[in-house]
Design a protein around this ligand. Structure first.
Ligand code: 5AD
Ligand code: SF4
Length: 474
């Protein structure tokens, strides 16, 4: 009988992609997906360690699953991803009923590990080597990329897909656990990436987002030839069925003129750049070991504005990093005012065991201060995002239609016309009314209203061919 798998994903896009791969691999091994824990005979949690909050969520889920496991001891419970790599056996101390622990660099063995559990060999622990556990080549080998098959049913929409071009990270920002959980930075071979992109295009995919922790640092050397992200984009651009190419997340120091010129010159490349600044204070950036100053980031922003006028830039910020004073924070506020990001993801500093910051710097900013700074920055960013969005009022933008909007799905709306959602080339969310059959199409939408995070519009009459409509670079 077919086994039933329930999988829950916490964390970043890399985890969403890993879960897609796990499902694809397990379908081949005879599993089917279920959306209910009660109906499942295997439950997998794909986890995140980037902040304590994400780990707490998983421990709380495990707490709930204890009863499920007690009621059905023959069923299988697994923890995958960054927490598996970071916590290892410690997970078993807190949740001894877990059957399997698999780090992100070992997911290629998932089917085999589940078979071992089924044969009574439990718990199974599959993790990669620590960054200091041996010769560099052995450590690299122990973190394996896992990109075997694609499963369109696991994607939020069949028209959009993530494609991993790089695993790991070598930047070692002092607050960050990722270089430990995901191992050394390694680029995937360009031919593998191209092959996978063609498979995705054949599956009906119109938009591909290339993924890497520092995606613009991508490099692959073979036979004396080096391939960088700009080279990859040029090759991917030739795949006819693809309409849009995006890439996240960028590292400020590797935002080269060549890459920006490539994005400018290739019409399928979205002029959307997520390049986290993290802090507007040089003292904090230095303690974070980010490898640049605010002045260098400003130079990069001028390069972007010069080469890609109209590009949308977004950022991440950490507030309440150890030693962050009110003045440091005000410098971050000033930076947000100056750079006018399309949007910012703002996080309260969370101390992570195993990082340099946890070893050397005291987490000395009280939570109430972190909270207040978080709120202040969010209010400012929302005001900027709203002002920015208002520029689109009464213009027409090109939208890749994704499907029913969150609101439609919440209401369980049905009928010939629904509220649909999609994105502009610059990654702005647009909602408008239209028939579901438009999902997957690139259509012109006239903007009538805005909020900080959404443009609200009306579909242009279909009798107007999109290429005759004056399109704004949304
Ligand atoms: N605490 C808070 N935020 C963090 N991030 C990474 N590590 C931490 C941490 N220890 C944030 C950074 C990064 C984003 C993915 O998560 O802003 O860009
Ligand atoms: Fe973490 Fe810094 Fe690497 Fe990003 S660049 S994954 S923040 S260490």
């Amino acid at each position: 009988m077919q086994k039933r798998l329930y999988i829950q994903t916490v964390g970043c896009q890399m985890n969403v992609l890993d879960s897609e791969m796990v499902v694809a691999a397990l379908r081949q091994a005879g599993y089917g997906l279920t959306h209910s824990v009660e109906a499942a005979d295997t439950v997998l949690l794909n986890t995140c360690s980037v902040r304590q909050h994400a780990e707490d969520k998983v421990y709380s889920l495990l707490g709930q699953l204890r009863t499920w496991k007690r009621a059905h001891p023959d069923r299988v419970l697994g923890v995958l991803g960054c927490m598996a790599q970071k916590e290892q056996e410690r997970l078993l101390d807190r949740a001894p009923f877990v059957d399997l622990i698999v780090g992100p660099g070992q997911l290629c063995r998932i089917a085999q590990l589940l078979a071992a559990v089924a044969a009574g060999e439990r718990p199974q622990l599959a993790v990669s080597l620590a960054r200091t556990a041996g010769p560099r080549a052995a450590i690299r080998r122990s973190h394996e990329t896992f990109d075997p098959l694609r499963d369109p049913t696991m994607r939020p929409t069949p028209f959009q897909a993530y494609l991993r071009i790089q695993i790991g990270c070598d930047k070692f920002c002092t607050y960050c656990v990722v270089p430990m959980t995901r191992g050394p930075e390694q680029g995937r071979p360009p031919d593998d990436i191209l092959r996978e992109a063609r498979v995705l295009a054949d599956q009906g995919c119109r938009e591909i987002t290339l993924l890497g922790q520092t995606v613009n640092s991508y490099r692959y050397d073979q036979d004396g030839r080096s391939t960088c992200l700009a080279d990859l984009l040029e090759r991917l651009h030739e795949i006819d069925a693809l309409a849009r190419l995006k890439f996240v997340t960028n590292y400020p120091r590797d935002m080269t003129p060549r890459l920006l010129e490539t994005v400018r010159d290739l019409p399928k490349c979205s002029p959307y750049l997520h390049v986290p600044l993290q802090s507007g204070s040089n003292a904090v950036l230095s303690r974070m070991k980010r490898g640049y100053t605010v002045e260098q980031y400003r130079e990069m922003m001028h390069r972007i504005w010069d080469l890609l006028p109209g590009a949308a830039v977004s950022s991440d910020f950490i507030v309440g990093f150890p030693g962050e004073t009110d003045e440091d924070f005000q410098q971050t506020v000033t930076a947000v005012r100056e750079f006018r990001f399309k949007n910012s993801f703002i996080f309260k500093y969370s101390e992570r065991a195993g990082t340099k910051a946890a070893e050397r710097l005291r987490d000395d900013v009280p939570d109430a201060v972190k909270q207040a700074r978080n709120r202040e920055l969010l209010v400012l960013q929302d005001a900027i995002s709203l002002e920015d969005n208002r520029r689109f009022l009464d213009t027409t933008v090109e939208v890749l239609v994704e499907g029913p909007s969150k609101e439609s799905r919440r209401r369980g709306a049905e009928g010939p016309i629904l509220q649909l959602t999609g994105r502009t080339p610059c990654d702005r969310i647009v909602v408008f009314d239209g028939p579901l059959r438009h999902a997957g199409a690139l259509l012109p939408v006239h903007i009538l209203d805005t909020t900080p995070h959404t443009l609200v519009g009306r579909l242009q009459p279909v009798s107007v061919p999109p290429d005759l409509v004056q399109l704004q670079h949304g």
